[in-house]
Design a protein around this ligand. Structure first.
Ligand SMILES: NC(=O)c1ccc[n+]([C@@H]2O[C@H](COP(=O)([O-])OP(=O)(O)OC[C@H]3O[C@@H](n4cnc5c(N)ncnc54)[C@H](O)[C@@H]3O)[C@@H](O)[C@H]2O)c1
Length: 286
């Protein structure tokens, strides 16, 4: 079954990337968020990504502005997702927000529709339970920037069915992405490890061992990473990093996941990274 229309719930940092990738690959997206303001801002970012995609990648398909606009439906009504072949959820990494949404999605969506949970750390089995149809829920952990990443971490929950897996693999093949399948534990592989790096880098900065630039430079120049941990945290969004650390801490009850006070203070100060123009680094719009 070729997927023609995909629902995207949550049009923030990663939701924008998911819609960009869908639209570039000729898939229509029904995009749901809380307000029309948020949706319009997201659409402007998606159009900007599509405009610059040819500069950043020679292999991505092209889409004109008009084609992109034809493929995007913006809505604040969850009910509009009922016509979609598959739903990708990317709302805030907060169980108090995700749980009631999955309860509603489970009631609203036709029984054969599967949900891809694009969570950073929350257990897919826990999400499946809230949806009331755990066989249809699978984890799909996209990385930022979504349209430029060749692979995705796919997480099989305790009850995830072969049908949900095959629907997701179909979608990922339409997006020309490789799936790396792992089992379900909070944080999966990627964030269970990467959040320790990012959190400890913030502690190193807090302890005045080094500057943000030098911390990142050691990862790039000595370890050969494409980005350092503090740049990565800025790209993800410091609020999402803090939410994820809190989920990991709560899930494992292991002090190694206690959030660095500096990280939390930056979130309270509204310095969320690239999305607000200031985090460990300062960014300029445009
Ligand atoms: N940022 C990343 O690099 C990244 C990567 C992979 C996965 N994720 C995960 O994706 C999810 C979203 O992360 P983000 O960084 O995009 O966060 P974000 O804060 O940038 O965006 C979250 C969006 O969800 C919307 N939202 C909140 N409640 C909603 C509701 N009830 N109905 C509809 N929309 C609602 C918000 O308005 C916002 O636009 C989180 O679970 C996060 O862990 C993030």
């Amino acid at each position: 079954m070729i997927l023609g229309t995909v629902g995207v719930l949550g049009a923030g940092n990663i939701g924008v990337g998911v819609v960009t990738d869908l639209v570039l690959h000729g898939i229509s997206a029904v995009v749901v968020d809380l307000t029309t303001d948020i949706l319009e801002r997201a659409q402007a970012e998606i159009l900007n990504n599509i405009r610059f995609a040819p500069v950043l990648s020679k292999t991505l398909p092209r889409a004109s502005r008009d084609e992109a606009l034809q493929r995007i439906t913006l809505t604040t009504d969850l009910q509009d997702l009922t016509s979609c072949d598959f739903i990708i959820e990317n709302v805030t990494e907060d169980w108090g927000i995700k749980k009631p949404l999955y309860e509603r999605l489970g009631e609203l969506a036709p029984p054969e529709v599967c949900f891809g949970a694009n969570t950073s750390c929350i257990s897919i089995t826990q999400i499946g339970n809230a949806s009331g149809r755990p066989a249809n829920v699978i984890g799909v952990h996209f990385m930022n920037p979504v349209h430029l990443k060749p692979a995705v971490e796919v997480i099989r929950g305790f009850h995830t069915s072969d049908l949900a897996l095959s629907r997701l693999l179909q979608l990922l093949s339409q997006l020309n992405k490789e799936a790396i399948l792992v089992e379900d534990m909070p944080g999966f592989v990627s964030n269970r490890i990467s959040h320790l790096f990012m959190n400890e880098a913030a502690f190193v900065l807090q302890d005045h061992v080094s500057t943000a630039e030098k911390i990142d430079m050691i990862f790039k120049k000595c370890f050969g990473h494409a980005m350092g941990p503090l740049e990565t945290a800025d790209l993800i969004g410091l609020d999402t990093v803090v939410h994820s650390l809190d989920v990991l801490f709560e899930s494992y009850k292991d002090p190694k996941y206690r959030c660095c006070p500096l990280l939390r203070k930056m979130v309270h100060a509204g310095h969320l990274g690239r999305k607000t123009g200031r985090g460990f680094y300062t960014y300029f719009a445009g």
